[in-house]
Design a protein around this ligand. Structure first.
Ligand code: BJ8
Length: 422
């Protein structure tokens, strides 16, 4: 599409590298998604959103930019997008999920660093991500060491503002986090030239809550047996949540849920009743990372829930609505966000509880604990999670992987052996 090429050129993208990157995607998409049988019709919207991720959606975002709305990139579910939605800004999640950009990331980052970070850095360095090119600024956070030090380097290429996330969840930590949200509010106002008042923030909160509510409803549908939608399709939807307009996205997810609820009433599903049900717990899976889900579901099991940031951590809890003053609203924001159970926190027993609840309520036969290579916090937390699951008689398989295809054979063998045992 010539118009898109011109748009990419104007964004300063490297068209040759971009062509190479996009070339592999249609085949991967066909193999992973379109090969599934009995997909819900409501997936058509999300398939199209993916196809237009570098085209139509970027055009929309650039139009908003022309209207003076800020375009902001984030990397962590702790960043309260409500502040951006409050002024009709665009917020996009920019974690990298592609092996294609990892070698470029390694030009400026140590090799023994998590692939998510190397991939996102590579997207910027190679100029093949139109979102990275379109943003006015980025919001990083002090979560893991890898990310927090990477923001210093990324800031050399694109303005990167950093929020300080505490590592504990006591009262002083909550106070610090609340101050950080005030500080971000000022920064968003400074960069956008717009004031975030109570009314606007209330709207921002409602928009983000509606999106969380829709995702929760989608996850709820997966409690059914037979399960009405595959784990792969839900993963794709969760990944796209970071790119779309929140209202439109929520409306489409709700439409899909109606279709799924109809299936549930008729006892229909995408896998036979009694199929092996798996909960995945661990690190985020940004677009276009579909490897683990594809292996598990190709082996005949179905993934029924993800305790990840492209899963439950994104939509858990709601921000209390109805705060009348900015103080009350920002306090409510701080509370909801500090309730997220990321392994960057210590202690982090809430996460173990979350995984146990998911396994119980989604009726999992087993849990796959999955970490990206070199992610220390999640790898270290595996021990506690394994212990808690074993005590309750829930089988668990712990895997570490990266974005490459090199370990597919090995993963398949281990996953198939695990599934056979269930
Ligand atoms: S809330 S999981 S999005 S920090 S996988 S980059 S932790 S070395 S992504 Fe995360 Fe926020 Fe936590 Fe979620 Fe570091 Fe680990 Fe890599 Fe990670």
């Amino acid at each position: 599409n010539e118009a898109y090429r011109q748009m990419w050129q104007e964004l300063g993208m490297d068209l040759r590298q971009h062509d190479l990157f996009l070339a592999a995607l249609p085949e991967a998409f066909n193999t992973v998604f379109l090969s599934q049988s009995n997909r819900p019709q409501g997936m058509a919207y999300f398939d199209n959103l993916l196809m237009e991720a570098h085209g139509g959606r970027i055009r929309e975002i650039l139009d908003r930019k022309k209207e003076g709305k800020p375009v902001v990139g984030t990397f962590c579910v702790f960043v309260p997008e409500e502040l951006i939605f409050a002024i009709d800004g665009v917020s996009v999640g920019l974690c990298g999920g592609a092996q294609f950009t990892v070698p470029a990331g390694e030009r400026v980052l140590p090799r023994n660093l998590c692939p998510l970070i190397k991939s996102l850095m590579g997207f910027k360095l190679e100029r093949i991500c139109p979102y990275f090119q379109a943003v006015d600024f980025l919001i990083g956070e002090t979560t893991c060491d890898g990310k927090k030090k990477t923001w210093e380097i990324l800031n050399e290429y694109v303005p990167t503002y950093v929020m300080e996330l505490p590592q504990r969840k006591e009262e002083p930590d909550l106070a610090l986090w609340e101050r950080e949200i005030w500080r971000l509010k000022k920064e968003v106002e400074r960069r956008s030239g717009q004031i975030i008042d109570e009314e606007k923030l209330a709207r921002g909160i409602r928009r983000a809550n509606a999106r969380r509510e829709a995702l929760r409803r989608l996850y709820k549908a997966r409690q059914a047996d037979p399960v009405p939608i595959s784990g792969k399709d839900v993963l794709l939807i969760s990944q796209l949540a970071f790119f779309d307009e929140p209202e439109r996205f929520a409306a489409r997810v709700n439409e899909l849920c109606e279709e799924l609820e109809g299936r549930m009433a008729r006892g229909e599903g995408v896998a036979p009743k009694g199929a092996i049900r798996i909960v995945v717990a661990g690190t985020p899976m940004p677009i276009p990372y579909w490897k683990l889900h594809h292996i598990v579901e190709s082996a005949g099991a179905v993934i029924v829930a993800e305790e990840t940031c492209t899963g439950t951590r994104y939509f858990a809890g709601q921000v209390e609505e109805g705060g009348e003053t900015l103080e009350q609203q920002l306090k409510a924001l701080a509370r909801r966000f500090l309730d997220i159970n990321c392994a960057c926190f210590t202690p982090n027993s809430g996460r173990v509880e979350d995984i146990l609840n998911l396994a119980r309520e989604w009726r999992a036969h087993g849990v796959i604990y999955y970490t990206l290579q070199f992610c220390q916090t999640y790898a270290l937390e595996a021990r506690r999670v394994e212990k808690a699951l074993k005590e309750r008689g829930i089988p668990v398989l712990t895997l570490e992987s990266d974005y490459s295809e090199e370990d597919v054979g090995q993963l398949k063998t281990r996953i198939e052996a695990f599934l056979e045992m269930l």
